[in-house]
Design a protein around this ligand. Sequence first.
Ligand code: NAX
Ligand code: K
Length: 482
Amino acid sequence: MISADEMAVVDENAAALGVPRKQLMESSGNAVARVVREVADPGASVAIVAGRGNNGGDGLVAARFLSDYDVTVHLLGRAETVSTRIARENWDALVECDADAREVRDSRTLDLGDPDVVVDAMLGTGVTGDPREPERSAVEAVGETNATVVAVDVPTGVDADTGDRADPAVDADRVVTFHDQKPGLSDLDGVTVADIGIPAAAERFVERGDLLRVQSGGGKKGDNGRVFVVGGGPYTGAPALAAQGALRAGADLSFVAVPESVKTPVQGYAEDLIVQPYEGERLEPDHVPDLVETAHDHEDVVVIGPGLGSADETVEAARQFLDTFEGRAVVDADALEVVPEVDTDADLVLTPNSHEFVELGGEEVDDFRGNEEAVESLADELGHVVLAKAKTDVVSDGDRTRVCRAGTPGMTVGGTGDTLAGITAAMLASLDPFEAACVATFVNGSAGELVAEETAPGAGLLASDLLDVVPRAIWGSDEDEG
Ligand SMILES: NC(=O)C1=CN([C@@H]2O[C@H](COP(=O)(O)OP(=O)(O)OC[C@H]3O[C@@H](n4cnc5c(N)ncnc54)[C@H](O)[C@@H]3O)[C@@H](O)[C@H]2O)[C@@H](O)CC1
Ligand SMILES: [K+]
């Protein structure tokens, strides 16, 4: 089963992997034509009712595969208003081929005649809300025929995620849906799932398409979350990098709780950070109740670990923090070791490197790619999302597992894990922990690639270089429609 949003991600990932969307449309249209052949013999009359998005495009391709049928194409609107280039090119091809292809100027007067088959290629997974004009009247016109109705991807008016039916909605005899079953179709009869050539890699690898989960976000201050970094003491750069990573990835505010002794250097890294000092030189159990209360009060996403060091009382404090904290947190570095022992109510994303992975109880492996089961079983055992960092990062929640190949060799330099932890926290504000971890590793790795291209082609990349390009890694990658 795949939701409409996930389908959009997979589709964009396929494009990122070099499979042009136009090719997928060709496969989709072909699959629709095959089902038309199952319900009617050559020579039968087929009315294809096409909307102006890619669902319509699939219908236009199907028309080309049905040249031994009596096909009429009804495009709902003017050809200039077709919203994607690939659908428009398929329209133009039909017109050039002298097909019976008509632009419907007013769908309220749409007369489909008495066709044997109607292909509903009006709206697919790109729909928002109930069908509006011109589709609305066209759905009614389809309902008035006695034809066998073949719906493309999802019957127009039926919600692919929930199965909710709008009024009006198409009553389909057959549905040809693409790539995977949709939750909203599971109660319908006559559903065919067509393989349209989307490679399995589009789901396995985290790619550009995964950014769609965050690119649409935005909104007013306060919507994108507050991040609270509990780190620092023996090290000062790490918590500052994490906090800045979170801001660059869209968090509205980044607070850093650090020992009084390092307040000045941490604040000195960036004026954008809000530093909240506690007494002493390192995190200790006495500090924990206040920190947990602050995080709970503001529903902060916490990052715990960067730069904390491994003094016994600090590790004990990390344990007590996770014991009582009930929100969302990224656990990194020295805080990781306590995770197997705590029974926490928090939703955690753990970000171990290969060494920490073994300390958490994971198997020792050279790289996580090719050893995805090792990550999956550790995540399953711990009951938290594991983002395992090596040459290739692997993310698992024990059930779903993805591989992220973004990044460059130069990223082995210290601090890139801190930026990753901060970016993950920003993502956790709006995404579920597994998705947040997937998107974050891709963003951090892509930022590294941008830096490598521009300033540090060989060695010499600094973790702080990543910060500036994180926004571009997230929001700057809009490609054309392929
Ligand atoms: N992997 C994929 O995702 C693939 C998708 N394909 C097809 O592309 C479809 C999705 O295409 P699109 O994203 O272009 O979307 P659709 O073709 O489903 O609809 C988008 C169009 O409908 C309009 N619209 C949105 N809500 C409306 C409403 N309530 N009433 C009237 N008009 C409305 C939009 O302005 C837009 O022009 C899929 O259902 C499938 O048929 C295939 O071509 C190939 C692969
Ligand atoms: K449809």
